[in-house]
Design a protein around this ligand. Structure first.
Ligand code: SAH
Length: 209
């Protein structure tokens, strides 16, 4: 990353940290991930808003990425599963916190683009799969953490099955007309639930495209 982009990423991390306290590892991750690789229109790259990307999808606002990442508590975890890779930005942030990141995307062109970005950037601990995230990614389960980057009414059972006991799952959950970032902690056969901020994500759809 060149020094100009580095300075801009750091400024964005500072802007986020002015709004919500970041852990040192999350702050550093925002400084290290070259945001212009993930946001197609570079003048918007460092604004704290959501942006349209290919396939009629959205890259989340960095503030939302920060909130989801804080809720996930993925620092030093072994493995994290993301459903809804999109541009790959959230997965790239997670790659600086956890040892291995697995991300599933149902739109083939997005999955392929994200894969080649990770290769270009040398983020070798991010694995991306073109598939329906409703089924998770069984071969590397169980996961310490699972994050849904798309909204659902309730968490698919197969994802809960792929979460380790004591693991954390963070997802945007739809209730009536709004969505809330929701944190789930798996405790044996129970799922403890904590509702955090309101949010706006595209829906978790069925099947691949
Ligand atoms: N994390 C992304 C934001 C993704 S937007 C980023 O940082 O850019 C949500 C993504 O979820 C979209 O790309 C959409 O195609 C994907 N998605 C929706 N339903 C899905 C499903 N069933 N399986 C996998 N991906 C899905």
């Amino acid at each position: 990353m060149d020094s100009l982009e580095q300075a801009k990423c750091q400024k964005m991390a500072d802007d986020i940290a002015d709004i919500m306290p970041l852990t040192p590892m999350i702050y550093k991750a925002f400084c290290q991930i070259p945001r212009t690789h993930f946001v197609p229109v570079s003048i918007y790259a460092f604004k704290l808003d959501a942006h349209p990307i290919a396939g009629n999808q959205w890259i989340s606002s960095p503030l939302t990425v920060a909130k989801m990442t804080l809720a996930l508590e993925a620092e030093n975890c072994d493995n994290v599963l993301e459903i809804g890779c999109g541009s790959g930005y959230q997965a790239a942030i997670l790659s600086k916190l956890a040892h291995r990141v697995f991300s599933v995307e149902r739109i083939e062109t997005l999955a392929n683009d994200a894969k080649s970005k990770m290769r270009q950037l040398g983020f070798n601990n991010v694995n991306i799969r073109h598939d329906d995230g409703n089924v998770g990614w069984k071969s590397y389960a169980p996961y310490d953490r699972i994050i849904l980057s798309c909204a659902c009414d309730e968490i698919p059972k197969r994802l809960i099955d792929q979460l380790k006991d004591g693991g954390i799952l963070v997802a945007p959950i739809k209730n009536s007309h709004k969505q809330s970032i929701t944190k789930f902690i798996k405790k044996g056969s129970n799922l403890e639930q904590i509702t955090l901020d309101e949010c706006e994500f595209v829906p978790l759809l069925e099947g691949r495209e």
